[in-house]
Design a protein around this ligand. Structure first.
Ligand code: KIV
Length: 288
């Protein structure tokens, strides 16, 4: 065979089908999460916005992957989660749902895409399910969002609610603040019950005092997923660039950094630049 005809490894990644072979995994369904709660097993969720992170976090055993509107400030370069649009988030969601074997993929409904009416929310959520292959959607808000949650769940769309600090409302809430301290705990507790009553299959609680989140987790039958809400929640979620150190700078108190990916990437990129300048890359091993 001439050298020209020899098959070479895919030069730029082989797509979602290129994932490491593994034993067939049973897809996580919403009832599995409820059963995990009943058994006292904790649920892990991370954000993911692309193929390789989705494959890696799925392989690591995360039950839930959230294609968060946090892509706005972690992928698209915006300052907050507010500017991201449905059309920007759909392709990221599609990449993640194509790439997982086991995890349940949750698409996050962007600001302004569901608050106007239950009908608006339903039509947006349908796009996430049909066009992007999401298995569920997440939306922010408590009791005031009950009609939207009801509309979606009656229409066949599993909904994860999000209460406590809701980043899409940061201007109404007066910035990043813990919600549910002191007397305002009643409102967060009422929100948790309202979203469960409306049909949500799980609820994210963000920046809620640990004792309040613990009480809610005991009272609800649906799983609670905490971010800055202590370890008594039924599960935890973190934004992956925060958790694994791709993002640098000041982190929220609730973030634990498990790696320094910025440092690893920076030194690899610096080594590459030095090799290119010195013409030590490509060497004979990387030349046809
Ligand atoms: O968009 C997101 O990443 C989120 C998490 C912070 C829960 O909503």
């Amino acid at each position: 065979m001439s050298e020209q005809n020899v098959e070479v490894a895919a030069p730029y990644g082989g797509g979602a089908a290129d994932a490491k072979p593994s034993t067939p995994a049973k897809r996580i369904r919403t009832h599995h999460l409820r059963e995990m709660k009943e058994r006292g097993e904790k649920i892990s969720m991370l954000t993911a916005y692309d193929m390789y992170t989705a494959q890696t976090f799925d392989e690591a055993g995360c039950e839930l992957l959230l294609v968060g509107d946090s892509a706005s400030n972690n992928v698209l370069g915006n300052e907050t989660s507010l500017p991201i649009t449905v059309d920007e988030l759909l392709p990221l969601t599609r990449a993640v749902s194509r790439s997982v074997k086991r995890a349940l993929v949750v698409g996050d409904l962007p600001f302004g895409s569901y608050q106007a009416s239950p009908e608006q929310g339903y039509l947006t959520a349908v796009r996430f399910m049909k066009e992007a292959g999401a298995h569920a959607v997440k939306l922010e808000g408590g009791a005031e969002m009950a009609p939207v949650i009801e509309k979606l769940t009656h229409g066949g769309i599993p909904v994860m609610a999000h209460i406590g600090f809701t980043p899409q409302s940061e201007h109404t809430l007066g910035g990043y603040r813990v919600q549910g301290r002191g007397e305002s705990s009643d409102r967060v507790i009422a929100d948790a019950h309202a979203v469960q009553e409306a049909g949500a299959f799980a609820v994210v609680m963000e920046m809620v005092p640990g004792d309040v989140a613990g009480q809610i987790s005991k009272e609800l039958v649906i799983p609670t997923i905490g971010i800055g809400a202590g370890n008594q929640c039924d599960g935890q979620v973190l934004v992956w660039q925060d958790a694994f150190g791709l993002r640098t700078g000041r982190m929220a108190k609730f973030v634990k950094q498990y790696a320094d990916l910025h440092g690893v990437l920076l030194s690899a990129a610096e080594e590459y630049v030095a090799d290119v300048r010195a013409t030590t890359f490509p060497g004979p091993d990387h030349t046809f």
